[in-house]
Design a protein around this ligand. Structure first.
Ligand code: MG
Length: 227
């Protein structure tokens, strides 16, 4: 399957650091942004973006090991395109939203699916399932090129060398600009914040020893082994 054949982002050898987050930052995460993924978890496709936040303590630091959390028995990966916010803003318009991010990558929104299922059943917030320490993995950043086509970004993830998720931003229900405009009505966007733009279908379980590798186009952006 030629899923890596079209690299939409002309990336040369990266000359940027993998993690350039501000001292103070947050992750703004979008749920159910791909219809096929909403269906696979038995969720309705929402009219407006589903939003949740991970705090800075959720960031898995560069080169730190990822340990399987003791509080879950069903750890799921969700590979997603991530955007790095480069300008402070609030109440943004879609037409100017693209000026507010300067780099793109892929990351993992790790999820304790068993806990999330319990919380959803009770109608409770998702933080215990989503916002725990090291639950946010970021790949190295690629600068947004001048001719960037936000609707033509292909990404994928392999587990133990096997392709498990592929996505294309043209399949997003809410594109980058819509997401940014919408979330900025509720949360100030600050330099260094990161947006997780939602996962495509193919989420699944992972166990100790699994190796996860995320790709933007053809480029490997992160690789980690669950310990
Ligand atoms: Mg997610």
């Amino acid at each position: 399957m030629a899923v890596y054949s079209n690299n939409p982002i002309p990336m040369t050898k990266p000359d940027y650091q993998p993690y350039q987050n501000s001292e103070d930052m947050k992750f703004i995460c979008i749920g159910r942004n791909y219809a096929e993924h909403a269906k696979e978890l038995g969720n309705e496709v929402p009219d407006e973006p589903v939003i949740f936040i991970k705090p800075k303590s959720a960031l898995l630091q560069t080169n730190s090991p990822f340990y399987y959390p003791e509080f879950t028995n069903e750890l799921h990966y969700e590979c997603e395109v991530v955007l790095r916010i480069s300008k402070n803003g609030k109440y943004l318009q879609e037409r100017t939203a693209s000026k507010y991010y300067d780099a793109i990558s892929v990351g993992i929104d790790f999820t304790a699916r068993d806990i999330q299922a319990e919380l959803k059943k009770k109608g409770l917030p998702w933080e215990k399932a989503k916002a725990w320490d090291n639950s946010a993995v970021l790949g190295k950043w690629a600068p947004i090129p001048a001719n960037f086509d936000k609707n033509n970004v292909q990404f994928s993830m392999k587990k133990n060398g096997e392709l498990v998720q592929t996505g294309h931003t043209k399949d997003m229900i809410h594109n980058f600009d819509k997401i940014i405009a919408h979330v900025s009505n509720y949360f100030s966007l600050n330099i260094g914040d990161v947006i997780f733009t939602g996962t495509p279908a193919g989420v699944g379980e992972c166990v100790v020893g699994d190796e996860l590798e995320g790709f933007l186009g053809n480029d490997s952006m992160f690789k980690l082994t669950i310990q």
